[in-house]
Design a protein around this ligand. Structure first.
Ligand SMILES: [Zn+2]
Length: 404
C-alpha cells in the first residue's frame, strides 16, 4: 500500500506532499482507497460531503439491529509540504488490521468500516476537519460551500470541478449513525512516546486550543529620513508580543505560536503603519492557555494594540470507557493527550464513542517531509489496532455513557 501511495502528490524538490482537498492528488488518493476497498470486497459508500466509508458487513442492518458498526481509518490529505504518515498511517493500518483479522478467520459480530475523511488538514479552504464537521453539523453546508482557497475558488466550485454536486453537502445523520465507535490510529505529532520508550499509546483527549488576532498600530514613514525618536513603528510592539507569547507559554506550561503575520504597507523602506499577527495557543488545561493569552494581551495593549479572539475550543475528551477498554486489550500502554486536532475530536463532540491510538514518531516532527515512523512501530500499531477491532467488533458494543 505504501508503495502505491508514495508518489501521489509528492514534490520532487522537497520530498514533501501536497495533497489538497478535491485536487488531482486527492482524486488519485480517493481512487486508491476505492481500489483497496474493492480488492477486499468491501462495500464503498460516500456520505453527503464525500467521505469514503468501506464496510465489511452491512452497516444499515447493524443500525436496524441497534448495534452499529466499529469504524477505523483517518485521512489522506496533507498540509503543504506535509509528511507521508499524518493521515495515511491510519488508513493503511486500518486496511492492514482488517487483513490480519481475516487471516485469522475472525468473523465480526458487527460490521467494521474503514473511513477516509476528506479535507482533514484544511490546507486548501482554511477550516480543518471539514469532512467530519459538515456531516456532524458542526459546520453548515452554506459556510462550507462559501469557503475560498488561495486562488479565490470556493469549495462549491472545487466540488463541481471534481464532478460532484455541491448541493449534496450537508449534515448526514445516517452516515454518522452507522458509527457505533470510532478508533483513529495516527502518527504521534510529538516526542512523548520516545521519552516513554513505547511504540503505541492510547489517546485521552485533545487539548483546549484557540486562535487570536493581534493588531498593532503604527505610523508609516520613510525608513531613511525619519529619525528613530520620531518613529511610531508597529513592528516594535509586535516584536514585544512575540517575545511575550514565548515567555508566557514557558511560564504557564503550554504552547504558543505566532506563525502568520501581515505588515502594512509591507515595504522594505517603509516604517510599518500596522502589523497584524495571529496567535495559536494550546495546553493541557484551559487555565494555562487563558493565562498565556492574558499575558500576550497585556503586552499588545501596552503597545497600543488590541487582541481579539477568533476561535476557542474547549478540551475534547475521548470516551473514557472506550479508552479503558483499549487499555485493557493492549495492556500497559501509555495514555497521551494531544495538542493536535483530529476528525476523532469532531466525532467525539458529536457524541460518538471515540478513541485514538498514537504510533511513535522518532523525531516528533510532523507536518514536514521529515515526519517519520519506523516500520517496526507501524507494525506494532497494526497489531494494536487489530486487537482493538477484534475486541470491539466481536463483543457487546460500547455505548455513550458506558452502559456496555
Ligand atoms: Zn492527521
Amino acid at each position: 500500500m505504501w508503495a502505491e501511495l508514495e508518489p501521489v502528490g509528492r514534490s520532487e524538490r522537497s520530498g514533501g506532499y501536497h495533497r489538497f482537498a478535491w485536487s488531482r492528488a486527492d482524486h488519485d488518493l480517493r481512487e486508491w482507497f476505492a481500489a483497496e476497498a474493492a480488492r477486499r470486497g468491501l462495500d464503498l459508500v460516500e456520505d453527503r460531503i464525500g467521505n469514503q466509508w468501506a464496510w465489511w458487513g452491512d452497516p444499515d442492518q447493524a443500525v436496524r439491529d441497534g448495534d452499529p458498526g466499529i469504524v477505523t481509518g483517518s485521512h489522506l490529505d496533507s498540509v503543504p509540504d506535509g509528511g507521508a504518515f499524518d493521515g495515511p498511517l491510519g488508513v493503511v493500518s486500518a486496511f492492514a488490521a482488517l487483513d490480519a483479522l481475516r487471516d485469522k478467520g475472525f468473523q465480526p459480530a458487527r460490521p467494521i468500516g474503514v473511513v477516509n475523511f476528506v479535507d482533514e488538514e484544511g490546507a486548501r479552504f482554511g477550516v480543518a476537519c471539514a469532512g467530519s464537521r459538515v456531516i456532524t453539523g458542526a459546520m453548515t453546508a452554506e459556510r462550507a460551500r462559501g469557503l475560498t482557497d488561495a486562488d479565490g475558488t470556493t469549495m462549491a466550485e472545487a466540488l463541481r470541478a471534481a464532478g460532484r454536486d455541491p448541493g449534496d453537502l450537508g449534515r448526514d445523520d445516517e452516515a454518522v449513525g452507522r458509527v457505533g465507535a470510532f478508533v483513529e490510529l495516527h502518527v504521534e505529532q510529538g516526542r512523548a512516546l520516545v521519552d516513554l520508550g513505547h511504540p503505541v499509546a492510547v489517546g485521552t483527549d485533545i487539548w483546549p486550543h484557540g486562535r487570536w488576532r493581534l493588531d498593532l498600530p503604527g505610523e508609516a514613514n520613510h525608513a531613511g529620513t525619519t529619525r528613530l525618536e520620531d518613529r511610531h513603528d508597529a513592528m516594535l510592539g509586535f516584536a514585544g508580543a512575540v517575545l511575550a507569547a514565548r515567555e508566557a507559554a514557558t511560564r504557564h506550561g503550554c504552547v504558543a505560536t505566532i506563525g502568520k503575520v501581515a505588515v502594512t504597507p509591507g515595504g522594505v523602506n517603509a516604517i510599518p503603519s500596522a502589523v497584524t499577527g495571529w496567535l495559536d495557543a494550546r495546553g493541557a488545561g484551559p487555565e494555562a492557555v487563558r493565562r498565556t493569552v492574558a499575558d500576550v494581551r497585556a503586552a499588545v495593549e501596552q503597545a497600543g494594540g488590541a487582541v481579539s479572539e477568533e476561535s476557542w475550543t474547549e478540551s475534547t475528551p475521548f470516551d473514557p470507557d472506550l479508552a479503558a477498554r483499549l487499555q485493557k486489550v493492549l495492556g500497559a500502554v501509555p495514555a497521551l493527550g494531544t495538542g493536535a486536532g483530529h476528525d476523532a475530536g469532531i466525532l467525539a463532540n458529536a457524541g460518538v464513542p471515540t478513541a485514538m491510538l498514537f504510533v511513535r514518531n522518532p523525531t516528533g516532527v510532523s507536518h514536514s517531509p521529515r515526519e517519520h515512523a519506523e516500520v517496526a512501530d507501524c507494525l506494532e500499531g497494526v497489531t494494536a489496532l487489530t486487537a482493538v477491532l477484534e475486541d470491539l467488533a466481536g463483543a457487546p458494543a460500547p455505548r455513550p455513557g458506558g452502559e456496555a
